[in-house]
Design a protein around this ligand. Structure first.
Ligand code: PLP
Length: 365
């Protein structure tokens, strides 16, 4: 990988843009957007105790209620899907569970984290042909496999696994007493979740992306209770508990979830239409994949275009986009569409200039 997401977002770009078309969440909301003045005042009086290491019981119950097949004992609140994933990987029995099979995922943490934990990572590339993909996973799975990891929808490609594929993957995992970890970060509709499908399935998700609340750091893991207990022990040894302030805000969000779904659908739908019109005008930028409900779009640039140079030129113009290099896919950009259309248009105008930057087109010439 020529450039990591961490380097791009937190080193090279941090503080250097005014329009964010890079972060993959819909426009973030504030605490004042979430609560009225009375409820805000009440929140300000909340004693800042530790709460509970597994998450406030009311919050665990509210998360469980989103999933048809899970009770509160199957839910662990974590600092984002990211911590939930990390706790699951760290809770695997190792050795002998020394390998992780990562299906496609452009989200590089899915490979980086097991590797950092000393696991061997076997990557199975994404394929539209689900039977071929399943056969490749079946071939890679062994008694050394601790986890099969898949993001559905995937970031950045927007690829999604069918329910049948996820079930078949869980059966492969189950036949080796391994875990299928499904990253549902971009699933806002709990009814679509595969949480609780069977004992081999663990799901991670949270409020960061489609709810537009990444700074709340509220995510979760839904898995069989015994595994939740093992993850809770790891959480106790690292962060102990989530902030009770954030958990209270999360409860208010989940109490009004339908409104968040509508907001996400409106922002993402309108934004994607703006982006499509812009791309059609350019003629040199192709909007790939489907993922209509996603907050981001995945773009292929004209052959030979230097996507990192485009992203750097956009940054000089005050706009953050994500160069394909951070996903090991040069020649592509990830652009956030879950924005107010006026802001998105302003950002795309800068991107138009960036695409014409001499450094970006040098290779194409
Ligand atoms: C697929 C995927 N999983 C997990 C995360 C982590 O998000 P969070 O920890 O904020 O829930 C991201 C963030 O971009 C993501 O794209």
């Amino acid at each position: 990988m020529t450039l990591s997401m961490q380097e791009w977002i937190f080193t090279e770009s941090f503080g250097r843009y005014t329009i964010d078309l890079g972060d993959s969440n819909v426009t973030p909301l504030s605490a004042a957007d979430l609560l009225g003045p009375d409820a805000l005042r009440e929140l300000a009086r909340l004693p800042l105790g530790y709460g509970h290491e597994a998450g406030l019981p009311e919050l665990r119950a509210a998360i469980a209620a989103r999933h048809a097949r899970a009770g509160p004992e199957s839910v662990l609140v974590a600092h984002g899907a990211q911590e939930a994933f990390s706790l699951l990987i760290r809770a695997l029995d190792r050795p002998p569970r020394s390998e992780a099979i990562v299906v496609g995922s452009g989200w590089s943490q899915h490979s980086a984290l097991p590797a950092e934990e000393g696991m061997k990572v076997v990557t199975v590339p994404l394929a539209e042909d689900e039977e071929a993909l399943l056969a490749a996973v079946a071939k890679a799975a062994t008694w050394r496999t601790g986890a099969i990891v898949v993001a559905s929808p995937d970031n950045p490609t927007g690829w999604s696994a069918s329910p049948a594929l996820l079930e078949a993957l869980s059966e492969i995992a189950g036949s080796y007493d391994a875990l299928l970890i499904v990253d549902e970060e971009y699933v806002i509709d709990g009814e679509r979740s595969v949480a609780g499908l069977n004992e081999s399935v663990a799901v991670v998700s949270g409020l960061s992306k489609l709810h537009g609340l990444p700074g709340l750091r509220i995510g979760w893991c839904v898995a069989r209770p015994e595994l939740i207990a093992r993850c809770t022990r790891r959480k106790h040894l690292s962060t102990i508990a989530n902030s009770v302030l954030c958990e209270r805000l999360a409860l208010a969000v989940l109490a009004d979830d339908a409104a968040f779904r509508r907001r996400a659908a409106t922002l993402c739908g309108a934004g994607r239409a703006v982006l499509r019109a812009w791309a059609a005008e350019r003629g040199t930028v192709e909007v790939l994949g489907s993922g209509e409900e996603l907050p981001f779009a995945w773009l292929r640039l004209a052959a030979g275009t230097d996507s990192l140079a485009v992203a750097r030129a956009a940054l000089r113009g005050g706009v953050l986009v994500i160069p394909g290099e951070v996903f090991d896919r040069p020649g592509h950009l990830r652009v956030t569409v879950g924005r107010d259309p006026a802001e998105l248009r302003a950002g795309l105008a800068v991107l138009t200039d960036a695409l014409a930057d001499p450094a970006a087109v040098r290779q194409a010439a």
